[in-house]
Design a protein around this ligand. Structure first.
Ligand code: BV8
Length: 236
């Protein structure tokens, strides 16, 4: 096995062919909402009803989409590597559940998940797949209006950063798939990997903002590039 430990970072591009709109396709508007209205704590404080509606719509959308060959190939590679004593750590900026539904395990959702709610009062988290509203009470501390989408908004600290940094330090190869490299700290992982002497590969539809930082950059749709790459790793 050429690589015993691989870290993969995915972005909205890996779910695009499943029919989930990418973050930047709509030039700064996200399903017709300015980002600062729906993906910042200030936007939530200003209009919690609007923000809950925005996430309800995306959470409901999960029921209408399926994992694509890229999600499935990553899960298979993770399984194959584990069977040979290797590790594929899957870090995603996506808040959808397609990696899990494609078979991936221990997915690190650094920007949170649509299917989870977070209590703003007691920090309790719980699985939530239906609509949410500002009137909801926390099932743990009963505080009304405290539950919010378990999503990392702009200006908030992404989740699991310590585990991600440890995985990057331990890996032999860092692969970035379907991300524009526009949002930090995720966009900075390639720089961290390079500084630690890791091999780096980008699989993306078009050059990302960080393409020049990757040892290799392959352009094309994830549903084609990812299965091809995964096959080359298994055969390698
Ligand atoms: C932080 C959750 C610090 C929401 C998201 C000023 C003020 C405040 C902060 C900042 C600031 N300036 C900079 C920052 C930092 C900021 C940032 O990076 N801003 C950018 C815009 C400059 N980052 C943050 O705020 C982060 N937090 O810095 O905290 C801190 C420190 C101490 C203490 C407290 C805090 C938090 C960032 C997380 C924000 N939340 N999502 C939600 O999802 O509802 S980010 C959002 O962007 C999504 O998660 C998305 O995944 C992510 C990145 O976008 P991409 O996934 O890359 O998607 P995109 O559409 O951009 O690109 C898709 C790519 O796929 C394209 O390249 C396309 O070509 C390709 N593609 C398309 N189709 C295909 C394909 N590829 C292959 N196949 C295909 N078929």
């Amino acid at each position: 096995m050429k690589y015993k430990k691989i870290v993969v970072l995915t972005g909205a591009g890996v779910s695009a062919e499943s029919g989930i709109e990418t973050f930047r396709a709509a030039d700064g508007l996200w399903e017709n909402h300015p980002i600062d209205q729906v993906a910042t704590p200030q936007g939530y404080a200003r209009d919690p009803e609007l923000v809950h509606r925005f996430y309800n719509q995306r959470r409901a959308g999960l029921k209408t989409v399926e994992p694509n060959p890229a999600h499935i190939a990553l899960a298979r590679l993770q399984e194959d590597m584990a069977a040979k004593g290797g590790t594929l750590t899957l870090v995603t900026q996506n808040v959808d559940d397609l990696h899990e539904r494609g078979g991936a395990k221990d997915v690190i959702h650094m920007h949170g998940e649509l299917r989870s709610m977070l209590c703003g009062a007691c920090e309790h988290r719980w699985p939530h797949t239906e609509d949410a509203s500002p009137e909801m009470a926390c099932p743990d501390c009963d505080t009304e209006g405290a539950p919010r989408p378990d999503i990392v908004w702009f200006g908030e600290m992404p989740y699991h950063m310590d585990s991600i940094k440890r995985a990057l330090a331990d890996c032999a190869l860092f692969v970035s798939i379907g991300t524009s490299g526009a949002v930090y700290p995720a966009a900075g992982f390639v720089q961290m990997a390079r500084q630690m002497g890791k091999e780096t590969l980008e699989l993306n539809l078009e050059p990302s903002q960080g393409s020049h930082l990757f040892g290799q950059s392959r352009l094309g749709p994830a549903s084609q590039l990812v299965p091809e790459w995964a096959q080359s790793v298994i055969a390698g």
